[in-house]
Design a binder for this molecule. Structure first.
Ligand code: NAP
Length: 346
């Protein structure tokens, strides 16, 4: 059955396609902005006018023609990723016109998808784009990492890398809520390092560009660390292993320092310390923790409402700026969540 179907009208929308695969660091030439006719939704489908889309570091891996946990982007086809938007046509009883939904067909102004692939979100108390950040898989990644993968216990010393970014800035605050006695963050540059302490509530901050990470971490945590949430890999992981305490837990969340690498990246040279400290290094994919979403959203929505979870966004305006926003997130142009606003701009 159809419901809420607006009269047929040909909509033209723009989308970003993969023009070529990068060798090493991607550039604007790898993307193409195309105007395209948006198809009418079929039975059981909805047409969504996207208002916000997410750009995320993992998308770099999808630009390569390489086997991973998620298929590569196809050459010449529109990219994909998290987005939120307004339902403008519905041919499903389950989702009404006017609803705000989150879904996975970003990188385009209009998306046609099965209603079952969209989640209606509640925007009464939070803006829609929160579901791409603190209330989305970004926040859930931090929560799952620190509750299940490398659980924080009362009194722990916790270290977070990529700490001024989307996952990291939430993680530092969650660590405190979960009982950490001390939370140390690492970010690139003095301004971000200062922000970690003044705005995101870290006890100490490391500017990894300012010198040896290992030396700075040893100074910030003379007693060692119990938990490390690794967004970066490389020298950061080695430095964390270098100060891990007995029974320490490390969540391997990301390795952004190697995402553009064109040659094999050396591993930590001190793994034996993890052995004799009986530490746990455990990888994670947020998609394995989606069952935690209801519990997490309930808690995080409360923290956002009472102001005890501070979030920030870096916003690019319009679909044409989406590639630049994505290239920027790989280089650290963001504080908090990097987003693209699609609301008829640009
Ligand atoms: P983000 O932290 O908001 O943005 C990426 C940040 O990485 C940049 O802002 C930049 O900050 C930092 N960076 C870039 N190159 C670096 C380098 N060579 N060394 C150190 N830092 C570097 O991104 P996010 O979405 O929150 O993701 C953070 C990490 O979590 C990524 O590795 C991502 O792949 C991973 N992740 C994993 C999962 C999962 O399921 N396992 C889910 C979500 C995210 P600076 O200015 O501080 O350098």
């Amino acid at each position: 059955m159809s419901s809420n179907v607006t009269p047929d009208k040909q909509i033209i929308g723009r989308e970003i396609r993969l023009a070529s695969r990068p060798a090493g660091e991607p550039g604007p030439e790898n993307f193409e902005l195309v105007r395209t006719e948006v198809p009418q939704p079929g039975e059981g489908q909805i047409l969504v006018r996207n208002t916000w889309m997410s750009v995320d570091p993992y998308m770099r891996g999808r630009m390569d023609d390489a086997e991973s946990y998620i298929p590569p982007f196809r050459l010449g086809a529109a990219l994909e990723g998290g987005a939120v938007g307004e339902v403008v046509v519905s041919r499903s009883e389950a989702v009404a016109v006017g609803a705000t939904v989150s879904h996975f067909l970003g990188w385009r102004e209009y998306a046609v998808l099965d209603a079952s692939a969209a989640t209606v979100v509640d925007t009464a108390a939070v803006p829609a784009q929160a579901y791409l950040g603190a209330l989305g898989t970004t926040g859930l990644t931090a929560y799952a990492a620190l509750t299940e993968v490398a659980p924080v216990r009362r009194g722990d010393v916790v270290f977070v890398s990529g700490a001024a970014g989307a996952v990291g800035s939430v993680a530092g605050q969650l660590a405190r809520k979960l009982g950490a006695a001390k939370v140390i963050g690492s970010a690139g540059g003095p301004a971000k390092a200062e922000k970690l302490v003044t705005d995101f509530g870290f006890d100490a901050a490391i500017d990894y560009r300012a010198g040896s990470i290992a030396a700075q971490l040893a100074e910030a945590a003379p007693e060692g660390i119990d938990v490390y949430l690794d967004n970066v890999g490389g020298d950061h992981l080695e430095a964390a292993i270098g100060v891990i305490r007995h029974g320490g837990r490390i969540a391997l969340v990301g390795a952004i320092s190697a995402y553009n690498a064109t040659a094999p990246v050396p591993g930590p040279d001190n793994l034996y310390r993890a052995a004799y400290k009986e530490a746990t290094l455990r990888g994670m994919l947020v998609t394995s923790y989606l069952h935690l979403f209801p519990e997490y959203i309930e808690r995080a929505a409360g923290w956002l409402a009472d102001g005890t979870l501070h979030t920030e966004e870096t916003v690019a305006e319009g679909i044409a700026q989406a590639p630049a926003a994505f290239l920027g997130v790989l280089r650290g142009a963001n504080v908090g969540k990097m987003l693209v606003r699609l609301d008829g701009i640009g």
